[in-house]
Design a protein around this ligand. Structure first.
Ligand SMILES: Cc1cc2nc3c(=O)[nH]c(=O)nc-3n(C[C@H](O)[C@H](O)[C@H](O)COP(=O)(O)O)c2cc1C
Length: 349
């Protein structure tokens, strides 16, 4: 989850701060199997906010290595989410208002497949040229190489929540008439090029992608606006498996500020279930994960035991309680895995 606490100017722009090291270390210690570090820009313009992480330069590798290191010290695998915010970039810190920052006041000109603002009243993004698209593909590959050099066990591409990869996928934001838009083949070209190039750059390290299963418009007859659909997600995941993707992490939404999302417990499980069933039918064993209001250990266990997903993710629950996984282990009658330092004080959770 974005912490909006990275270095925001100067030569170290985009570097993690002490805040990140403390925050992610405590979650690792709390017993999660893996930490996926927040959305990290592959270029400075690819950051969501002026205070987001960015891994656009080799000089940043040591700072990110210190982050991967503390996550490993806490006992978890370390992954990092690499993304480009596209038209949803140039924002202030997330706890301020969500309007874009003006250019010259910490903001920058945003980029997108088509010159369509995310929300009414926001500046129109610059339409990426063919050359700029290839530069962005390469920026993903270089950032992924740096992440691996910094010691991360793998990278997660941010293909969800209305950011650049999703902007290419969705007809809500991609109205290009060249080979990068139009048909499903055109709209999925960017993510497939990124996947293939990143795979080359990271060798056999783990490659994950986070996807929005739907924009929640086409499947909602009352909405009527164009959007990315579950059917397209299912088709895309088989293509990406061929391109070398190891794991699919299912979320939803992000293309429209006002889409009606039925957010209740486990509201995104349907996406993981559909993707997993389709992959398994084709003999693809890639794990599928899901997040979204998974708030109780029994709920998580049911998702796993019934084969709806292979991995459960928690975001907001870990903000209020970094030790949540240990508590969940206890409730599911598993032994907690406490660090030696805590054992004398906590015989039982
Ligand atoms: C403050 C905040 C920051 C977030 N940052 C990210 C992010 O960097 N990358 C991402 O894929 N999702 C991000 N999300 C979405 C969460 O990862 C997650 O999908 C969402 O909160 C639903 O899961 P939950 O109910 O377990 O919180 C963020 C959500 C919040 C509230």
């Amino acid at each position: 989850m974005c912490m909006y606490s990275a270095v925001s100017e100067g030569a170290n722009l985009g570097a993690p701060a002490d805040w990140h090291r403390h925050h992610y270390f405590t979650r690792a210690l709390g017993g999660v199997g893996a930490v996926i570090v927040e959305a990290t820009g592959v270029t400075p313009e690819g950051r969501i906010s002026s205070h987001c992480l960015s891994l656009h330069d080799d000089a940043l590798i040591p700072a990110f290595a210190s982050l991967a290191d503390v996550i490993h010290q806490g006992g978890a695998a370390a992954f990092i989410q690499l993304g480009h915010a596209g038209r949803k970039g140039s924002r202030p810190q997330g706890w301020l208002d969500h309007g874009p920052l003006p250019i010259g006041e910490g903001g920058w000109e945003t980029l997108a497949p088509s010159p369509i603002p995310f929300a009414e009243g926001e500046p129109t993004p610059h339409e990426l040229s063919e050359e700029e698209i290839w530069q962005t593909v390469e920026a993903f590959a270089q950032a992924a190489r740096r992440a691996v050099e910094a010691g991360f066990d793998g990278v997660q591409l941010h293909g969800a929540h209305g950011y650049l990869i999703h902007q290419f996928l969705s007809p809500a934001s991609n109205q290009r008439e060249d080979a990068w838009g139009g048909s499903l083949e055109g709209r999925t070209r960017f993510v497939r090029e990124v996947t293939r190039r990143v795979r080359q750059a990271i060798g056999d390290k783990a490659l994950l992608i986070r996807l929005s299963a739907t924009d929640w418009t086409v499947e909602n007859p009352a909405d009527g606006r164009p959007g990315w659909t579950l059917e397209e997600t299912v088709a895309l995941t088989s293509l990406l498996a061929e391109d070398g993707m190891d794991m699919f992490c299912m979320s939803s939404g992000g293309s429209y500020p006002d889409a009606k999302i039925p957010a209740g417990p486990g509201y995104q499980v349907f996406g993981a279930q559909a993707v997993r069933a389709s992959l398994r039918e084709q003999g693809v064993e890639a794990p599928v994960s899901v997040c979204g209001l998974i708030q109780a250990p029994e709920q998580g266990e049911q998702i796993l035991a019934t084969g709806q997903a292979d991995v459960v993710e928690v975001a907001r629950g870990l903000l209020t309680d970094p030790m949540l996984p240990q508590l969940w282990r206890s409730r599911l009658r598993c032994e907690p895995e406490l660090p030696g330092q805590y054992v004398r004080g906590l015989k039982r959770l």
